[in-house]
Design a protein around this ligand. Structure first.
Ligand SMILES: C[S@@+](CC[C@H](N)C(=O)[O-])C[C@H]1O[C@@H](n2cnc3c(N)ncnc32)[C@H](O)[C@@H]1O
Length: 330
């Protein structure tokens, strides 16, 4: 089995380091709201006093935080473990919710398939956009090991037919075109040439054929990307790339050669974004995969309910819900 430390989680490490509470920071300003939140509140309200709760793929702890809030509101004394294979540190990274986050036991670099908690110690398991990212057979076997008799589990998973997935597919297509256009390489080449020349001699660059060729290549790819951006309903990836490069040119005089690490940083952020979209695309659960997932839970002795779709406001398909439980006595 791959250990978390062997896996490249940098695209998630970076995201959580920015301090977003959820993985859908574009949609939710703060924590999950609406129907999604309601589902989790009902789930945690139904937990017994002093329950041990395990939130897998927790990110910056959005779902664990809902459990922790309910515990303090209803004085239930939950022990909330929140794990992620990425390098997370929510109490240090997230600005709001300090008290709620401080009450949660976060475990960074901890994969769901080897969470390290004792046998039969967990009463409730939660995971939002989480289980489907993990190696399913191993994770479900691990959950069977750590769950106590009568444990209940709830997962909200990406739906293969949702708008989120359609958007991700389009953004990945545009990301590939962006990569193939050589836009960032052309920008780096021109910035490197400009940075070698002192400001007083910058006007001479327009007489250097190699620099002019580099400028033309960059302009050609920029205009191709602008045209692509005007033809797609999801231009954000392209717009961000254009904006990042134009920011580097704006700052070139002031930064000199130091503009190159800035460009490299913008490029890494964009690549990390695409890597997360790839993860999302691989994780999304289709009808067939949903059935396979249920079969895996049954193999490990869990009782399951049929999958149900969950809609966010304005009838936006937000995921598939899977509920499972262990019989009260083994
Ligand atoms: C889409 S995010 C969801 C985060 C959070 N549950 C939320 O809803 O905001 C998926 C998370 O799963 C984590 N992850 C992926 N594979 C994992 C694994 N095998 N074990 C634990 N966490 C994993 C990623 O690092 C990432 O933080």
């Amino acid at each position: 089995m791959t250990k978390a430390s062997d896996k490249d989680t940098s695209h998630w490490d970076d995201y959580w380091r920015h301090g977003f509470l959820t993985s859908c920071a574009d949609t939710f300003d703060g924590n999950y709201q609406g129907k999604l939140r309601q589902v989790w509140e009902e789930f945690f309200r139904s937990a017994k006093g002093n329950a041990t709760i395990l939130d897998i793929g927790t990110g910056n702890g959005a779902i664990a935080l809902i459990a922790s809030r309910i515990s303090s509101e209803l004085q239930r004394g939950f022990l909330v473990h929140a794990i992620d294979q990425a390098e997370i540190d929510p109490p240090a990274m997230v600005k709001a919710n300090a008290d709620g986050l401080a009450a949660i036991r976060f475990h960074a670099k901890t994969p769901a398939e080897a969470c390290g908690l004792p046998d039969n110690s967990v009463d409730m398991v939660s995971g939002q956009y989480a289980l489907e990212y993990t190696p399913l057979a191993e994770t479900i076997a691990e959950l069977a090991r750590v769950c106590a008799p009568g444990a209940r589990l709830l997962f909200v998973m990406h739906h293969a037919g949702s708008v989120v997935l359609e958007t991700a597919a389009e953004e990945l297509r545009l990301g590939e075109l962006l990569e193939n256009s050589g836009f960032f390489d052309h920008a780096a080449d021109l910035l490197r040439r400009m940075s070698k020349v002192p400001a007083a001699q910058a006007h001479l660059l327009s007489k250097d054929p190699a620099t002019e060729e580099s400028r033309e290549q960059l302009n050609r790819s920029a205009s191709e990307l602008s045209s692509l951006a005007s033809q797609t309903p999801h231009p954000q990836i392209l717009q961000n790339a254009l904006k990042s490069v134009s920011d580097c040119f704006r700052q070139q005089r002031a930064l000199g050669p130091e503009v190159l690490p800035l460009l490299a940083q913008y490029r890494r952020q964009l690549e990390a974004n695409l890597a997360r979209l790839h993860d999302l695309q691989n994780a999304a659960v289709s009808e067939r995969q949903g059935k396979e997932l249920i079969a895996l839970f049954k193999t490990q002795g869990f009782l399951t309910e049929p999958l149900v779709d969950i809609y966010h406001e304005q009838e936006l398909l937000a995921g598939r819900i899977l509920r499972a439980s262990l019989p009260a006595s083994a």
